[in-house]
Write a protein of this length. Structure first.
Length: 93
C-alpha cells in the first residue's frame, strides 16, 4: 500500500518545524491516526459487503485522490505557511 504522507513523516515535520510544541503535535498525529484507522477498519467490511468490490474500490480511489489534492496547497505554499505559523503565540512560548 502506497501512502502519500505517513505518520512518521508528519512527526518528523512536527519536530523539525514546531519544536516547542513537538510532543503535543506528535500526540495529536498518532492519536488521530489511530482514530481514523479504527474507524476505517470498523466500517470497511460492511461497506464492501453492501456496495461490492468494484464500487467500494472506486470510492477508495476517489477518497485517496481527494486527500492527495489537499496536499497540493501544502506543496505549493508550505514554506510560506511554516513562516507564518512560526509567529503564532502558541508556537512562540
Amino acid at each position: 500500500m502506497v501512502r502519500a504522507v505517513n505518520p512518521i513523516t508528519l512527526s518528523d515535520i512536527a519536530v523539525d518545524c514546531y519544536y516547542p510544541v513537538a510532543p503535543e503535535a506528535i500526540f495529536l498525529i498518532v492519536g488521530l491516526k489511530n482514530v481514523i484507522s479504527f474507524g476505517f477498519s470498523y466500517a470497511v467490511i460492511p461497506w464492501v459487503t453492501a456496495w461490492g468490490y468494484k464500487r467500494a474500490i472506486g470510492c477508495f480511489a476517489g477518497i485517496t485522490f481527494g486527500c492527495l489534492l489537499l496536499a497540493l496547497p501544502l506543496y505549493l505554499f508550505g514554506k510560506q505557511l511554516r513562516f507564518a505559523s512560526a509567529k503564532w503565540k502558541l508556537i512562540m512560548w
